[in-house]
Design a protein around this ligand. Structure first.
Ligand SMILES: Nc1nc2c(ncn2[C@@H]2O[C@H](COP(=O)(O)OP(=O)(O)OP(=O)(O)O)[C@@H](O)[C@H]2O)c(=O)[nH]1
Ligand SMILES: [Mg+2]
Length: 326
C-alpha cells in the first residue's frame, strides 16, 4: 500500500466495501480511483484498481443482459459523462432536449423528470454524454441522483435566472457539499483538489425580462469560482457557447494517431485526460505498443512539425502522434 493516500481514499474504500451489487461496487470503485493521487508510487495501485473496475463493469453488463440491471445508473459513453444538477423547473430537460438527440419530458410542473435519461451531445469530432436527472432536494430520488452526480466527469449546474439564481446556487452547492461532491474552482488543477470535479453553471431562461438582473447577481457572486454561461433553451441563445464551455472544462484532449508514411486517423480521435503523455496514448492504442514503443513524433504542440519526442511528452488537444515501434 503506497504511503500518503488521502483520507478520501479510505472513506471511498469503506463505501466500496459496503456496496452490495456489482453495479454499486463499480460506481464506488470509480470514486475510489479518483481519490488516488497520480504519481509513480501509486502506479501499481491504480493499475490494480482499474483492472478490478473492468472486471466489475463486465459483471454488471452481464447482469444487465440477463435482466438484472439497475435502472438508476447510466453506463458511461462518449468522451465524458456530464450530469445535470439543479432544482425543479430550472430547465434541465429543456437543455438536454436542445443539445442532444434525447427526448426528455419538458413540463411546467415541478419534478417532471423521474428517471435518469442520457443523450449524446456532438461537439466537433467527438460526443459527450449528457444525463438528465430529477431535481435535487427530492427525498425519494436524492439517493440515486447523488450517486450519478458523484461519478459523472463534469457537472452542469442549471439555474433559473428569473428565480433568485444567486441564492439558489448557494443552496445547490450546499446540497452537493452535504453529499461530499467537491467541485473544482476556476484555475485550480485536479492535483490541487483531489477527487474534485469540474462544473459549469448554465444560467438559463435568459429570455425572461428579469433575467438580466439575475445574471448580474449570479456573476458577481460566482464567476470567479465557476464558469457562468448565460443561455435560453427557449430561444436557443448561448447554447453553442455552452457546448464549447463543456468541452473546455471537461479537461479532455483529442489526439490523432498515425503510422509512419500514412495519413493520421482523422475520423477517430483518441480521447485522453488533459496532461496525458505519449505513453498514456500508447497504452490506450495497444498493450504491445507500451513495450515496443521506440519513440514518437508529434505535430501540433511540438516546436516543429514531426518533432521527435520522449515517451513522457505531454500531449495537447488536436496533436497528431506518429509511433515508431521496435
Ligand atoms: N422562458 C423560458 N422558459 C423555459 C426555458 N427553459 C425551460 N423553460 C420552461 O421551464 C419549465 C421547466 O422546464 P424543464 O426543462 O421541464 O425543467 P426541469 O429542470 O427539467 O424540471 P424538472 O424535471 O421538474 O426538474 C417548462 O415550462 C419549460 O418550457 C427558457 O430558456 N426560457
Ligand atoms: Mg426535467
Amino acid at each position: 500500500m503506497p504511503a500518503n493516500l488521502p483520507p478520501e481514499y479510505f472513506e471511498a474504500e469503506k463505501r466500496f466495501k459496503e456496496a452490495a451489487t456489482a453495479q454499486e461496487k463499480a460506481v464506488a470503485l470509480e470514486e475510489l480511483i479518483s481519490t488516488v493521487p497520480k504519481h509513480k508510487g501509486t502506479d501499481k495501485l491504480r493499475a490494480d484498481l482499474r483492472r478490478r473496475l473492468a472486471q466489475l463493469r463486465e459483471e454488471a453488463a452481464r447482469r444487465k443482459k440477463s435482466g438484472k440491471g439497475d435502472l438508476y445508473t447510466i453506463e458511461k459513453q462518449g468522451a465524458a459523462q456530464i450530469a445535470l444538477a439543479g432544482f425543479a423547473n430550472t430547465g434541465k430537460s429543456s437543455i438536454i432536449k436542445s443539445l442532444t438527440n434525447a427526448h426528455p419530458v419538458v413540463a411546467d410542473y415541478p419534478v417532471s423528470t423521474v428517471m435518469p435519461l442520457a443523450g449524446m451531445m456532438p461537439f466537433e469530432d467527438i460526443q459527450f454524454q449528457l444525463v438528465d436527472l430529477p431535481p435535487i432536494g427530492n427525498e425519494t430520488t436524492d439517493g440515486w441522483v447523488s450517486g450519478i452526480l458523484r461519478v459523472a466527469d463534469l457537472l452542469l449546474l442549471v439555474v433559473d435566472l428569473s428565480n433568485a439564481p444567486d441564492v439558489r446556487t448557494d443552496l445547490l452547492l450546499e446540497q452537493l457539499g452535504t453529499w461530499k461532491i467537491k467541485l473544482l474552482r476556476q484555475g485550480e488543477s485536479s492535483a490541487e483538489c483531489n477527487g474534485c470535479k469540474p462544473a459549469v453553471i448554465a444560467a438559463n431562461k435568459l429570455d425572461i425580462p428579469s433575467a438580466r438582473d439575475g445574471l448580474q447577481r449570479l456573476r458577481s457572486r460566482y464567476e470567479t469560482r465557476y464558469p457562468v454561461v448565460p443561455v435560453s433553451s427557449a430561444t436557443k441563445d448561448g447554447l453553442e457557447e455552452l457546448r464549447r464551455a463543456l468541452f473546455e472544462h471537461s479537461r479532455i484532449i483529442r489526439v490523432y494517431a498515425k503510422e509512419p508514411g500514412k495519413e493520421p486517423e482523422r475520423a477517430a480521435p483518441f480521447v485522453l485526460a488533459a496532461g496525458s503523455t505519449v505513453l498514456d496514448l500508447a497504452e490506450m492504442i495497444h498493450k504491445d505498443f507500451l513495450v515496443n514503443l521506440k519513440y514518437a513524433c508529434v505535430w501540433g504542440s511540438a516546436k516543429f512539425g514531426g518533432q521527435r519526442v520522449q515517451k513522457d511528452y505531454m500531449l495537447h488537444d488536436r496533436d497528431v502522434v506518429e509511433y515508431h515501434l521496435r
